[in-house]
Design a protein around this ligand. Structure first.
Ligand SMILES: Cc1ncc(C[n+]2csc(CCOP(=O)(O)OP(=O)(O)O)c2C)c(N)n1
Ligand SMILES: [Mg+2]
Length: 582
């Protein structure tokens, strides 16, 4: 079908802007306010993925953004549709993920007059986004969406919100008809005044909408630290005897550049810890990558490069880094670079590009074999301890042994989504992400409930990958109904639920400190049966001896195109004793 450059209605303009910027998916839960956007987007070949909770739609958009570097888009209806997204929006903001949220709104002339689902959406959303656009004219719809798509990606990425009132989205003739009906046919002066007012209002809404609209997708420039900063860092690195790097999500925020960043890390020859989305950036079994005893390594290091990692709670607010060390903060955000601790060198710009720039200038003239060896030995010692913990057997499944088995079972193209407490903490020590962009966790917000949405987003952008959700039994409750979405859309997720009949990460400390497990106890619920009601498959594993066959069965089911939930009955272990629980 030929597309006129004068879109038929506002929904078409929104869809045209999305398509021009390379958006391939819109996650949603429907509502009358946004129907024209969904229908027009579908017509342009954008895949509409409808979920069972708006929060899932935004989590899914977040995953798309992280895995592609192109904004992930969700569209939700006015009022409660929008309020349901707030947790995911905040999560995306703290994870610096470029999400664009399109929200419906009451008709422009009825706002603040008691219309259905009409609330002050700007005030609700503004604290959590980089940009709020409240569109008032049809001709502004496309440019507003385009601006949101650009703002979300540039500088420090993050979410942006565009409010699209319903009367801007429909065909002009139809909307004029609504307003004529609303104005009535009365002849009194107030009636005529209302008619005049509404007519003027509609004319303003549609002003300029008879002109062609052609979206233009501009490239977003990547901020880079200056040459002098790079040179200073090179100098410091040359002098360093025990250098260390930590790479966080922001270092691969330009997803397409992840392989270049990985190359650069290897060239630098500096031992590295990976966190967030950067986990797996070096693939499995890279010599320079350390997994354990990060705090100790940081204390010993005389040169610490934090690439896209702020000194927040995860680094004990910067206390893990020695005072005398050269601290380099490579970060798009000046605020994050300075958080809690002033770095010796501040490299404001893309952290991945900074590493690439460093690697171009530093040769491998300096060998640091002893340093690397000491870290490697420590890592290997910890692995031996883990092996010993994996051997302990009890009545049900040992989580450490379970993840050792899952590490073996999962395919080379696996993506792991982490959502839960202790079960996920254990997974993060043992599972090895297969490559760049193969690990998704909530990020700094520590949000339970991201699993289903993240997995949905990951699966639609990487249809050939085997997408696993590592779910606590507590965490799985938030998104279990999305098995319905997985079934309807033919999305073969493998969810493994660590069933310890409780919110264990919290219970552990609560019971120890306060002597009461109130609020932390769940049942050994048959989650694998629950998903069968949605048309998915379920597998139950109660004993260590059933793990291998159970996982193989799950992979077979997923390979046949069906989603599956593996309900794993866990024993308690001491593995997570002493770790944080907030
Ligand atoms: C939205 C949200 N609510 C509550 C918490 C607090 N919290 C952190 S871990 C945890 C327990 C998770 O339980 P489960 O998913 O079963 O994992 P387990 O620790 O039992 O392995 C809770 C409730 C949170 N992080 N996020
Ligand atoms: Mg649990």
């Amino acid at each position: 079908m030929a597309q006129s450059t004068i879109p038929a209605h506002g929904g078409e303009r929104v869809a045209a802007a999305l398509a021009a910027h390379g958006v391939r998916f819109v996650f949603t839960l429907c509502g009358g306010h946004i129907s024209p956007i969904l229908v027009a987007a579908k017509r342009r070949g954008i895949r509409i993925v409808d979920t069972r909770d708006e929060v899932t739609a935004v989590f899914a958009a977040d995953a798309v953004a992280r895995l592609t570097g192109t904004p992930g888009v969700a569209a939700v209806t006015a009022g409660p549709g929008l309020t349901n997204t707030i947790t995911a929006l905040k999560n995306a903001q703290l994870a610096q993920s470029p999400v664009v949220l399109l929200g419906g709104a009451a008709p422009t002339a009825l706002q603040r007059r008691g219309a259905l689902q009409d609330i002050d959406q700007k005030r609700l959303v503004a604290p959590h986004v980089k940009l709020v656009k409240q569109v008032r004219r049809v001709a502004d719809l496309g440019p507003a969406v385009e601006e949101a798509l650009v703002v979300a990606r540039e500088g420090v990425p993050g979410p942006a919100f565009v409010e699209c009132p319903v009367d801007l989205l429909y065909d002009e003739k139809l909307v004029r008809g609504w307003y004529e009906d609303a104005a009535g046919k009365g002849t009194s002066i107030p009636d005529r005044l209302t008619r005049w007012y509404l007519n003027r209002h509609v004319n303003r809404m549609f002003a300029g909408s008879d002109r062609p609209y052609e979206p233009v997708a501009d490239a977003v420039t990547t901020p880079e630290a200056g040459e002098r900063t790079v040179a200073r860092a090179v100098e410091a690195l040359r002098r360093a005897r025990q250098p260390l790097m930590i790479l966080g999500s922001q270092s691969i925020v330009a997803a397409a550049e992840a392989p270049r960043v990985a190359e650069a890390v290897k060239r630098l020859g500096v031992p590295v810890y990976l966190s967030g989305m950067a986990r797996g950036v070096l693939g499995r079994g890279a010599d320079l990558q350390m997994h354990h005893a990060r705090r100790k390594a940081l204390r010993e290091s005389d040169f610490v490069l934090l690439a896209g990692v702020p000194c927040d709670f995860r680094l004990d607010y910067g206390k893990h880094v020695r005072r005398s060390a050269t601290l380099i903060a490579a970060n798009r955000s000046r605020k994050d670079a300075r958080l809690n601790r002033k770095p010796t060198i501040e490299a404001i710009g893309d952290a991945g590009r900074f590493i690439v720039a460093l690697a171009e200038r530093v040769g491998d003239e300096r060998r640091r074999d002893e340093w690397i060896l000491s870290l490697t030995v420590r890592d290997a010692d910890r692995e031996k301890e883990i092996d010993a913990q994996a051997k302990a057997s009890g009545e049900h499944v040992n989580p450490v042994a379970f993840f050792r088995a899952m590490e073996k079972a999962a395919g080379e193209n696996a993506i792991f989504v982490a959502d839960g407490g202790d079960f996920v903490g254990t997974a993060s020590y043992i599972l090895r992400p297969r490559g760049p962009l193969a690990w998704l966790d909530p990020g700094a917000f520590g949000t339970l409930g991201v699993g289903a949405g993240f997995a949905l987003g990951a699966s639609v952008v990487k249809p050939r990958s085997e997408v696993w959700i590592v779910w606590g039994d507590g965490a799985c409750g938030y998104g279990l109904a999305e098995f319905d979405t997985f079934v309807r859309h033919g999305i073969p997720i493998i969810a493994v639920v660590g069933n310890d009949a409780g919110w264990t990460q919290i219970a552990r400390e609560q019971v120890k400190m306060l002597g009461d497990d109130v609020g932390t106890v769940l049942g050994r619920t048959a989650y694998h049966e629950v998903v069968k009601g949605f048309g998915a498959e379920g597998v139950e594993i109660r004993r260590d001896s059933e793990v291998e066959a159970g996982l193989a069965e799950a992979r077979r089911i997923a390979a046949s195109g069906k989603p599956v939930l593996v309900n794993v009955w866990l024993d308690k272990t001491e593995f997570r004793e002493g770790s944080i629980s907030m």
